[in-house]
Design a protein around this ligand. Structure first.
Ligand code: C2O
Ligand code: CU
Length: 488
């Protein structure tokens, strides 16, 4: 890499200009679109279709390319589950084991991870457990595996989800070794909602007053196609950010709502972009759930910081605004996200009870381990690493025992949203101090900021086998910031 390239990377990462303690909140390098963009709040908010089972407990979804209208007046080729972006929303129930057959009709191999799922290892979307399309050179009848432990499933694979887990907002996305970032950018992501009786019994807003909001950023070429750098471009080592914010696949959309409580399931599905969400002209989010399920009790926030992979389940009471007003979901860091227009009064029998759930208790940690997320190597040969190691499949960094809890200390040199597969965790401390109010509940992804130390208590329940810990900035992930751990 040239010196200019290296400096460019630093500038993109915000590392060059910032002094000590003055790190910017952004975590990527901006790609700008090359076509005229629509005015914000002109495109209606789409709601992704619900996936329909082909038999009780069985779904089939096909990954295909499609041309869709994202920027009005142009078409964009997407890679989509069932040719949609976001993919269909799966409504799943605790205690109803489900099998999803994923067929790959795309030009490249894929691996599908149900993020937040307590999945058996063979169905967890391991990065080298690939579904290979017909005719691809990596096809089992035509090519040779290039990674140890690589599995090539021709054309389709059945993913089995026991769903022995609490109601939560999960999501699914591509997880292919080295190519997760470009493949998710093309559209391979969607939501999966787990419901259970504990949640059913609550008087929370439901039906059309429950809105899943998958938030991500993209950039577009002149012809409407997605703009993305070539894979592993060192200029974009900090991560790729786009200049268009999409909610459920629509640019800065608008939704009409009645003056009642609404439940918003917020997901940051961006590759690298972090948000600090707020309501304008003011207002509060009542958080009811975190990544891995309902909180014990609601928590009110004016600002929700949300890093890639995280979910916040919140209730907003639109009766606090006069009919006719516009309530904008904004990002303190970059501006508009979407708008709600309060169009009418309506009866509202929903409520946010003071007690929401009985989440599992914390247990004592039987071990403490440290994971350092850092850029290593020099300019020409840099990688994002964990404990100094770039990802090597099949070389686990930890072997926690099934049924135990461990304290994992996460440290970093930059913004690294750290995600654990299988294990849900609670944030114990941030920078040696108690966690932030927005760290509440059981989580699977935590925002670790530059030079921060975050301690989490993780429970290893459900399955033995090979899982992973990685940075959910997808460019960092593809540039090796991943490690295996084995539950033994
Ligand atoms: Cu959402 Cu291993 O990722
Ligand atoms: Cu990272």
């Amino acid at each position: 890499m040239s010196r200019r390239g290296f400096l460019g990377t630093l500038a993109g990462a915000g590392l060059a200009a910032a002094g000590c303690g003055a790190f910017p909140e952004s975590a990527g390098r901006l790609l700008t679109s090359r076509l005229p963009l629509p005015a914000p709040f002109t495109v209606p908010l789409p709601i992704p279709p619900l996936a329909r089972p082909v038999a009780p407990g069985r779904y089939e979804v096909t990954q295909r390319t499609a041309k869709v209208e994202i920027i009005p007046g142009t078409t964009t080729e997407i890679w989509g589950y069932d040719a949609t972006f976001p993919g269909p929303t799966f409504e799943l129930r605790r205690g109803d084991p489900t099998t999803i057959r994923v067929r790959n009709e795309l030009p490249e191999p894929t691996s599908t991870h149900l993020h937040g799922g307590v999945n058996p290892p063979g169905s967890d979307g391991y990065p080298t457990d690939l579904v290979v399309p017909r005719g691809h050179s990596a096809h089992p009848h035509g090519g040779h595996p290039s990674h140890p432990g690589m599995r090539l499933n021709p054309v389709a694979k059945d993913y089995h989800y026991p769903l022995d887990q609490r109601a939560a907002t999960l999501w699914y996305h591509d997880h292919r070794m080295d190519f997760t970032a470009p493949q998710v950018w093309r559209g391979l992501a969607g939501l999966a909602l787990v419901r259970d009786e504990e949640e059913d019994a609550l008087p929370l807003p439901r039906g059309e007053r429950e809105l899943p909001l998958l938030i991500c950023d993209r950039a577009f070429e002149e012809d409407g196609s997605f703009r993305y750098p070539r894979a592993h471009d060192p200029h974009y080592m900090a991560g790729v950010e786009g200049d268009v914010i999409l909610v459920n696949g629509a640019p800065w959309p608008v939704a009409e709502v009645s003056a009642t409580r609404h439940r918003l399931r917020l997901l940051n599905a961006s590759n690298a972009r972090r948000y600090r969400l707020r309501l304008a002209p003011g207002g509060r989010f009542t958080q009811i759930g975190s990544d891995a399920g309902l909180l014990a009790a609601p928590v009110a926030h004016e600002v929700i910081p949300i890093s890639p992979g995280e979910r916040y389940d919140v209730v907003v009471d639109f009766s606090a605004y006069p009919v006719g007003s516009a309530v904008t979901l904004t990002d303190e860091l970059a501006g508009d996200v979407m708008r709600f227009v309060v169009t009418r009064r309506a009866a509202d029998d929903s409520a946010v009870p003071a007690v929401l759930s009985r989440p599992p208790e914390r247990t004592r940690a039987v071990a403490m381990r440290a994971f350092d997320f850092r850029r290593t190597g020099d300019a020409g040969n840099a990688a994002w690493t964990i404990n100094g190691r770039p990802y090597r499949p099949g070389a686990p960094l930890a072997r926690p025992r099934l049924g135990t809890a461990e304290m994992w200390r996460l440290t970093s040199d930059f913004h690294h949203p750290v995600h654990l597969h299988l294990a849900h965790f609670q944030v114990l401390a941030r920078g040696g101090r108690p966690p932030s109010a927005t760290d509440a509940g059981w989580k699977d992804t935590v925002d670790v900021r530059p030079y921060e130390v975050v301690d989490v208590l993780a429970r290893f329940d459900g399955h033995r086998g090979r899982y992973m810990i990685h940075c959910h900035n997808l460019e960092h992930e593809d540039m090796a910031m991943m490690a295996d751990f084995d539950v033994v």
